[in-house]
Design a protein around this ligand. Structure first.
Ligand code: URA
Length: 210
């Protein structure tokens, strides 16, 4: 199925309770021909409003990290683990929360065909929920980020820190992990291009997919 048709179908999804409160399904955007796909966690308030991935504060930090690698959004494809905003509405004012396991599982019906259609050379998981979904359920983001794993969705897959986590860690004396995010994006981009140019050569994996 084409990406356009997939996104039209996803826009009508009622596969989990996140559909009840969403404004927009945030399917993904960028260059579907890119060798590199970034998969985040899920839309926040700004993304829900606009229908575009990573446009809030975390997204602005991601744009800065891409720019440090001399990249912009037109050179990669960006999407999320879940396509609708996960929020806690119990106090009346919605607060973003991580998607639950069943919400992540329900949204694989969109994410997996999306990845299969794009067929990226490298996937970069942004944050732990994405890495747990696409690499292995017990993925430890601080220990295992920056290394390549084998994947059934791409030639290689890696995870990095989520910009929202970096914003929380950031202090006067620590960049919160921003330099690691830049390092990981640069490595993922370089490897994606090298693998695509080399055709069949495999990278060195640190672990086998489960
Ligand atoms: N965080 C994500 O993981 N994805 C977005 O689209 C925005 C913030």
């Amino acid at each position: 199925m084409s990406l356009d048709l997939l996104s039209v179908r996803a826009a009508e999804c009622v596969g989990c309770r996140l559909s009840e409160r969403r404004t927009n399904v945030v399917f993904g955007e960028g260059n579907p021909q890119s060798p590199l796909v970034l998969v985040g966690e899920g839309p926040g308030e700004e993304e829900d409003k606009t229908g575009r991935p990573f446009v809030g504060r975390a997204g602005q930090l991601l744009d800065r990290a891409l720019a440090e690698c001399s990249l912009d959004r037109t050179q990669v494809y960006i999407c999320n683990t879940v396509k609708c905003r996960a929020a806690d509405w119990s106090t009346g004012k919605p607060r973003n929360r991580p998607p639950s396991e069943d919400e992540v599982a329900a949204c694989r019906q969109w994410l997996l065909p999306q990845l299969a259609t794009i067929a990226p050379t490298v996937i970069l998981c942004i944050g732990a929920p994405s890495a747990k979904n696409l690499i292995k359920p017990d993925f430890r983001i601080t220990k295992e980020r920056g290394g390549f794993f084998r994947s059934r969705y791409s030639r290689a897959i890696m995870a990095t820190l989520h910009p929202a986590y970096i914003l929380r860690q950031n202090s006067a004396t620590y960049d919160g992990g921003f330099s690691l995010l830049v390092e990981d994006i640069a490595k993922a981009w370089r490897t994606a291009n090298e693998l695509r140019a080399a055709g069949k050569v495999e990278p060195t994996f640190v672990e086998v997919d489960v």
